[in-house]
Design a binder for this molecule. Structure first.
Ligand code: PGA
Length: 262
């Protein structure tokens, strides 16, 4: 596959969600190894983001800045408040000071394991935007919901709740990750057609509320993305990139995903 269908103003974005993996020392090596496998042309074409655990952010930032890398830094979560008596939490302004540009909000693991509701995700998204960063807002249905024919209704409700009150300029800079829960970490990917039609549904749902701003929103697919399935996913008009879990821990695999057209 050469080139890609025009996505207008939207630049491809491939983000690696490392989840609770890597010490800060391992993170330095992973960022360096990834950087050796990517060249200027790759970065021109794709925005490459890594989301290490909080404890590795400072080290990753240091290597990115010291070596002048074009890899961008993301975080996996934040608290909605800027500061206060919230033992163990990390705020958006703290992340912004580490040159973090993206923060994942409402990953399904946080929704399921930490009881994050759309209202909480909404507060986080606003805090992230308020601190000058870009949220990667995650939505996606369970297998039961898909089999019951409710996938679109579930995703529409998640979008409505998670993005309530966000203004149009922020929507046009926003990233939404459509991640069907049954495809995360299972090796089971949504077919490119299913993923593409859900991405189109996400864009039209955002468009019905925010109009043209939806044309700027980047929509990622996530769930068992690997070097073998990425090209088919990226061929879809409304899929602007991927949120990659397991395969992002291996710099070779992650670099192959970034260079999906080769
Ligand atoms: P996976 O995870 O690629 O390991 O399925 C994706 C995610 O949870 O963002």
């Amino acid at each position: 596959m050469t080139g890609r269908r025009g996505h207008g103003v939207r630049k491809d974005l491939i983000a690696g969600n490392w989840k609770m993996n890597s010490t800060h020392l391992e993170a330095i090596q992973m960022v360096q190894k990834l950087s050796y496998r990517l060249d200027v042309a790759d970065h021109d074409r794709v925005e490459v983001v890594v989301c290490p655990p909080f404890t590795a952010l400072r080290s990753a930032q240091t290597v990115i800045e010291a070596d002048g890398l074009q890899i961008r830094l993301g975080a996996q979560n934040c608290h909605p408040d800027a500061a206060g008596a919230h033992t163990g939490e990390v705020s958006a302004p703290m992340l912004a000071k580490l040159s973090v540009r993206y923060v994942i909000a409402g990953h399904s693991e946080r929704r399921q394991l930490f009881a994050e509701t759309d209202a909480i995700v909404n507060r986080k998204a606003k805090a992230i935007i308020g601190a000058g960063m870009t949220p990667i807002v995650c939505v996606g249905e369970t297998l039961e919901q898909r089999e019951a024919g409710d996938a679109e209704a579930v995703v529409a409700a998640q979008l409505g709740g998670s993005l309530a009150g966000v203004d149009a300029p922020a929507i046009s800079g926003l990233v939404v990750a459509y991640e069907p829960i049954w495809a995360i970490g299972t090796g089971r990917t949504a077919s490119a057609d299913d993923a593409g039609s859900m991405a189109s549904f996400v864009r039209s749902t955002i468009g019905s509320r925010w109009g043209e701003a939806a044309d700027g929103t980047r929509i990622l697919y996530g769930g068992s993305v690997n070097p073998g399935n990425i090209a088919g996913l990226m061929a879809k008009d409304d899929i602007d990139g991927a949120l990659v879990g397991g395969a992002s821990l291996d710099p070779d695999q992650f670099a192959s995903i970034v260079r999906y057209w080769l």
